[in-house]
Design a binder for this molecule. Structure first.
Ligand code: AMP
Ligand code: ZN
Length: 114
């Protein structure tokens, strides 16, 4: 997608602090972190919203969550806990339309979210 911010980070056209990458997914620091760790994990394939997921995305979605738990373990906050969030469309407050899992950790969360 020509004007997609996260496709541009994937392609190196916009700088990103890449913290993890494999064949299917990439992870980089959120530019406006809400916790000591706030990482966005994206599929390399452009998928605009969760509503656009198809059966052939099952492996990629699984890889996103495996990446999240690996990063949490490597950084030592897997046991203390963390939050993972996909926002979808307007009521979900999605602002970048290339799906991304927020991995937020190293502080106490509250519930319910706003
Ligand atoms: P969402 O509201 O779920 O779509 O989240 C979009 C996230 O992308 C927000 O947490 C932003 O801080 C983050 N973001 C926006 N621009 C950039 C960028 N250039 N690099 C890294 N993260 C970004
Ligand atoms: Zn994209």
């Amino acid at each position: 997608m020509g004007d997609c911010l996260f496709c541009k980070i994937r392609d190196g056209e916009i700088p990103g602090e890449i913290v993890y990458e494999n064949e299917h997914v990439m992870a980089f620091n959120d530019i406006n972190p809400t916790a000591p760790t706030h990482i966005l994990i994206i599929p390399k394939e452009h998928i605009s919203t969760l509503n656009d997921l198809e059966d052939n995305h099952k492996q990629t979605v699984g890889e996103i969550f495996i990446a999240a738990k690996q990063i949490a373990a490597e950084r030592g906050f897997a046991e203390s806990g963390y939050r993972t969030v996909f926002n979808c469309n307007g009521h979900g407050q999605q602002t970048v339309f290339h799906i991304h899992l927020h991995l937020i950790g190293e502080r106490q969360m509250t519930w319910p979210p706003g």
